[in-house]
Write a protein that binds this ligand. Structure first.
Ligand SMILES: Cc1ncc(COP(=O)(O)O)c(C=O)c1O
Length: 500
């Protein structure tokens, strides 16, 4: 039996797939006054609504008011919903209101980088609270500016970019990407093997949709950048997560990968450099993955969007350069290296043994054609961005912002009792471990919510990256050191008293 009003409310919301904002919006449309803070107080159990509001919520959630109030068994949502269906007095003119549910295809899709904890932060902000957001890898708001030349060139070309381009992208953009592929020694790449996208995000979606039949398996890292798991799941695939091992600098665990390959495994996804761990895989690790992929004839998808944000003098190696006999797809873009996440420009490069994937490539072409083309003004500056001086290099060496912020955050985390972290080598994320025994933590999302409510700091819990234990979270260390210092002092203070 659901014990409190809040429990019943949350259960009904979950069943209907409705969030607090949805109910607030519905109230607004129905002319019912329902404020964000009231809604959140109902959900957190701090208050119970008056009769009028109770009836509105019951109607919106298609349950009986008596059940929602707790005056009436049945205990579970489904039978409560049946009661509503029979309770014509609740509906206007004897007709139950038709409601529209989201597709069940989304049932197992998770994307918590913009999930419930983020919704709560938005609610707090709407109430006037200032929240420090360490949750999303978006460089521009933290003072990372796009190189002037990129802006200048886009302005100059804007009037030439009014029409659709070729579905794969402008010749100039693809040529520049092809030359980039040559520098990275990615083999067997022609102009038609390069596709631009509205960010790498769109291309991940297209790649998964074109590949996976229901039940086809794909190996994806845990932790991952969750869009990969989300898109593979949405496409009907069965995601099998392989573990990256914190004890080994977060490198993929080869035994785990081997143990998880079945007859239905079609591909392996790599995120290198990695989000959320900041790991960079050395050549030896990549060679081992290629060996496994070769043994089982797997396709390799390698997300390398952070390949130009590598520190400590290390060099990024594209796995495709080590696998000329396999079919590889390599992804990158300008969102992070050129701080233009908002322009939406990324690309994918098909390479290696394309004969293995003729039919798949037809599918990619079909989906690529269906979206007509990617954002053309953004394509127009790819050549400018990839050529000449790379201003990002100033950020990732000693004295540069990303480098110095990484040094600061790494030391600060390891100085807080109960936290520890592997030093990131690339990108701008760190994935600290929490000593769950010390804080009695069993639910990492709750940890993120409690930190948000107490200290107004927004981080993403490890579960948001398909990490199965409740013992990690991700910090985006893009803010300046003064801001990070303030955040770390607050996190240190929070952990001096926090118990779950
Ligand atoms: C690993 C990884 N891949 C892809 C993306 C999406 O990038 P884009 O802005 O090109 O869609 C991100 C964004 O954070 C990312 O971290």
């Amino acid at each position: 039996m659901k014990e409190t009003f809040a429990d019943r409310l949350k259960a009904a919301m979950e069943q209907r797939g409705l969030k607090q904002v949805d109910l607030i919006r519905e109230a607004e449309q129905a002319g019912v006054k329902l404020g964000k803070s009231h809604m959140s107080q109902y959900v957190s159990g701090k208050t119970i609504p008056r009769s009028g509001m109770l009836h509105f919520l019951a109607k919106a959630l298609q349950v009986s008011p008596a059940w929602l109030e707790g005056r009436e068994e049945p205990a579970d949502y489904s039978s409560a919903s049946d009661i509503y269906q029979n309770d014509k007095s609740e509906s206007s003119g004897g007709r139950a209101m038709r409601t529209f549910k989201k597709s069940s295809k989304l049932d197992n899709v998770l994307y918590d980088v913009r999930g419930p904890v983020v919704d709560e932060a938005a609610r707090m902000e709407a109430d006037g609270t200032s929240v420090l957001k360490l949750n999303i890898g978006n460089p521009a708001p933290f003072g990372f500016r796009t190189p002037d030349e990129v802006i200048y060139d886009m302005r100059r070309q804007l009037t030439d970019c009014e029409g659709y381009s070729d579905a794969r992208g402008l010749f100039s953009a693809r040529k520049a990407i092809m030359q980039y592929a040559q520098i990275k020694q990615i083999p067997n790449v022609n102009m038609e093997d390069i596709y631009t996208g509205n960010g790498v995000s769109e291309l991940i979606n297209i790649s998964m949709s074109a590949l996976l039949d229901d039940g086809d398996e794909i190996l994806i890292p845990s932790p991952d950048y969750p869009l990969w798991t989300a898109c593979a799941t949405l496409a009907g695939g069965k995601v099998v997560h392989y573990v990256c091992d914190e004890q080994s600098d977060w490198y993929p665990d080869m035994d785990d990968i081997r143990g998880k390959i079945t007859d239905r495994t079609k591909a392996i996804v790599l995120i290198n450099p990695n989000n959320p761990t900041g790991a960079l895989y050395p050549r030896e690790v990549l060679l081992e993955i290629v060996k496994i992929a070769r043994e089982h004839q797997l396709m390799i998808f390698s997300d390398e969007i952070y390949d130009r944000l590598v520190m400590d003098g290390e060099k990024h190696v594209s796995i495709a350069s080590l696998a000329p006999d396999l079919f590889c797809v390599t992804y990158s873009g300008l969102s992070k290296s050129h701080m233009i996440a908002g322009f939406r420009i990324g690309w994918m490069i098909l390479s290696g043994n394309k004969n293995m994937a003729r039919d798949y490539i037809e599918g990619l072409n079909m989906l690529s054609n269906m979206r007509l083309c990617s954002n053309v003004p953004a394509q127009s500056i790819v050549q400018t961005a990839l050529g000449g001086h790379q201003s990002v290099e100033g950020y990732i060496v000693p004295g540069g912002r990303i480098y110095e912020q990484r040094e600061y955050i790494y030391n600060a985390i390891n100085d807080i009792p109960g936290l520890s972290a592997v030093k990131p080598k690339a990108a701008f994320y760190i994935f600290p471990r929490i000593d769950v025994n010390k804080f009695n933590i069993t639910n990492d999302e709750q940890f993120a919510l409690d930190l948000l409510r107490d200290k107004k700091i927004l981080i993403i819990h490890g579960g948001g990256f398909n990490w199965k234990q409740p013992d990690h979270f991700r910090i985006v260390y893009l803010p300046r050191i003064e801001v990070l210092k303030d955040a770390m002092t607050k996190i240190g203070d929070f952990l001096s008293y926090y118990q779950q």
